[in-house]
Design a protein around this ligand. Structure first.
Ligand SMILES: C[S@@+](CC[C@H](N)C(=O)[O-])C[C@H]1O[C@@H](n2cnc3c(N)ncnc32)[C@H](O)[C@@H]1O
Length: 375
C-alpha cells in the first residue's frame, strides 16, 4: 500500500488520532487552524491578500475602519466619555482595521483618542510582528495573546470575522442525533458517526425546530465559552460584531441541509476540510441567535442586528464618501461597492451590537433597519 507523504500538520493530527483513537471534528479543526507553528492561523504564512486565500472588509478599503471609528465614538459618548476607554479587537488579522480606526480617531476625534487604549488580541507571534509594524506610530496600543490575561475593562470588544473561525462541532441527524468524528485510514482522514452527547442535543433542541433526517450542520460551543470569558472581563460597554452568519431559523432551514462549513484556498472555496490541511481556511457561519441568547444569559443585551449594508448607510457612509471624494480613485469605487452590494459583503455580513450595564441605547447604525426580533 502506498502511503502519501504527510505534511507536518497532517502528521501531528494523525498522531493525536492514533493516541486518542478518534477525535471530534471540532478538535480536527482546532489542530488544523491553531496548532502552534503549523496551524493555518499559527504559521508564518499570510492567509490574506492576493497571495493568500481571501480578503476581508477592513482589508478591502479603509472606509470600513473609519465607519468602525465613528461607531466607537458613539459608544464612547453613550458611556459618558470615560477617561479610560478600552477597545479590544479579537483576531485583528493583518492590522488593517486597527490602523484605519486609530488613524481616523487620532486625526478627527482627539478627545476620544486621548482616552483610548487599543488592545489587539493575537495569538500568532508572526502576525503580532506585522501588526506592530503597521501600528508603530501609535503609542496607546498593546497586545495580548489571551482574553484571560486582560484585566477587567470598560469599553468595547470589537471583531470582524472572528467567530466564524472558531472550531465547530458537526452533527448529522439520523434516527437520532449523531456527532461527526474523524479518524485516519489508509493515508486519509475519514469521518464516522457517534451518538451525540447531551450538550449537542440540548443545543439542537433549543435552536432548531427539529432537524430532518440526513441534515448535517455545525454547532459552535466555543462561542459560548468565549462569551463566558468576555462577560467576566467586560464590566460596562459593548460587544461589536461583524461576521457572516444567520439567525437560527435561517441556519437550520432546509436550504442549508448540508451545513455552512466552507474552506478557502487561493481565492477559491470548496467543502473538503481534509485536503490542504494547515494551508486552507476552514470556517462556518455564525449563529447570531446563539450569540444573542447566550449573550442575554450573560447580561449582554442586544441593541441591534442587521446586514452590513443598511448599517453602514444608516451610520452615514455616504457622508464619509462625500468628505473623502477627492482621495477616491476609480479602483476604490469597486471596493466601496463591494462593502455594500449583496454579492459582496453587504448582505452576507451582519452587524450585531450588544451592551452591558448601560441604560436605553439607540444607535445611529440601526435607524434604517434593526431585525433583532428575528433572532
Ligand atoms: C478570518 S480571520 C479575520 C482577521 C481580521 N479580523 C480581518 O477581518 O481581516 C480570523 C482571525 O481570528 C483569529 N482568532 C480565532 N480565534 C481567536 C481567539 N480565540 N482569540 C484571538 N484570535 C482568534 C484567527 O487566528 C484569525 O487570525
Amino acid at each position: 500500500m502506498k502511503v502519501r507523504k504527510l505534511s507536518l500538520i497532517r502528521e501531528i493530527i494523525r498522531r493525536e488520532i492514533e493516541k486518542e483513537g478518534v477525535i471530534s471534528f471540532e478538535r480536527f479543526m482546532e489542530l488544523a487552524l491553531y496548532f502552534p507553528g503549523y496551524g493555518y492561523y499559527m504559521s508564518n504564512r499570510l492567509p490574506w491578500g492576493k497571495e493568500g486565500d481571501y480578503y476581508t472588509a477592513p482589508q478591502l478599503h479603509k472606509i470600513f475602519g473609519i465607519m468602525a471609528g465613528i461607531q466607537l465614538k458613539e459608544f464612547w459618548e453613550v458611556m459618558g466619555k470615560p477617561k479610560r476607554f478600552t477597545v479590544i479587537e479579537g483576531g485583528p488579522g493583518d492590522g488593517s482595521l486597527a490602523r484605519s480606526v486609530l488613524s481616523y480617531l487620532s486625526e478627527y476625534e482627539k478627545d476620544l483618542f486621548r482616552s483610548l487604549c487599543y488592545v489587539l488580541l493575537e495569538k500568532n507571534p508572526f502576525f503580532q510582528i506585522l501588526q506592530k509594524d503597521k501600528l508603530n506610530q501609535f503609542e496607546n496600543v498593546i497586545w495580548s495573546e489571551d482574553l484571560r490575561d486582560i484585566p477587567l475593562f470598560c469599553g468595547v470588544f470589537i471583531s470582524n470575522e472572528l467567530f466564524d473561525s472558531f472550531p465547530v462541532r458537526r452533527v448529522k441527524m439520523e434516527e437520532d442525533l449523531k456527532e461527526i468524528y474523524v479518524t485516519f485510514k489508509e493515508g486519509d482522514f475519514v469521518e464516522f458517526l457517534e451518538n451525540a452527547s447531551s450538550d449537542l442535543k440540548t443545543y439542537i433542541d433549543r435552536f432548531t425546530e427539529g432537524l430532518p433526517k440526513g441534515f448535517i450542520t455545525e454547532v459552535c460551543l466555543k462561542l459560548k465559552e468565549f462569551l463566558d470569558e468576555l462577560s467576566v472581563k467586560l464590566e460596562e460597554g459593548f460587544i461589536f460584531t461583524v461576521d457572516y452568519g444567520f439567525t437560527s431559523k435561517e441556519y437550520y432551514s432546509k436550504e442549508r441541509s448540508g451545513g455552512t462549513l466552507v474552506c478557502y484556498f487561493k481565492h477559491r472555496f470548496h467543502d473538503n476540510p481534509y485536503i490542504n490541511v494547515g494551508e486552507q481556511d476552514i470556517t462556518a457561519h455564525v449563529n447570531f441567535s446563539a450569540l444573542h441568547i447566550w449573550g442575554e444569559e450573560r447580561d449582554f443585551q442586544t441593541v441591534g442586528f442587521c446586514p452590513l449594508a443598511p448599517y453602514l448607510v444608516s451610520l452615514g457612509i455616504d457622508r464619509v464618501i462625500e468628505a473623502m471624494k477627492r482621495y477616491i480613485e476609480p479602483p476604490d469605487i469597486f471596493k466601496l461597492k463591494m462593502l455594500l452590494i449583496p454579492e459582496g459583503f453587504g448582505e452576507t455580513h451582519r452587524v450585531m451590537i450588544q451592551k452591558k450595564n448601560l441604560g436605553d441605547v439607540n444607535l445611529e447604525g440601526f435607524k434604517l433597519k434593526n431585525i433583532k426580533h428575528s433572532l
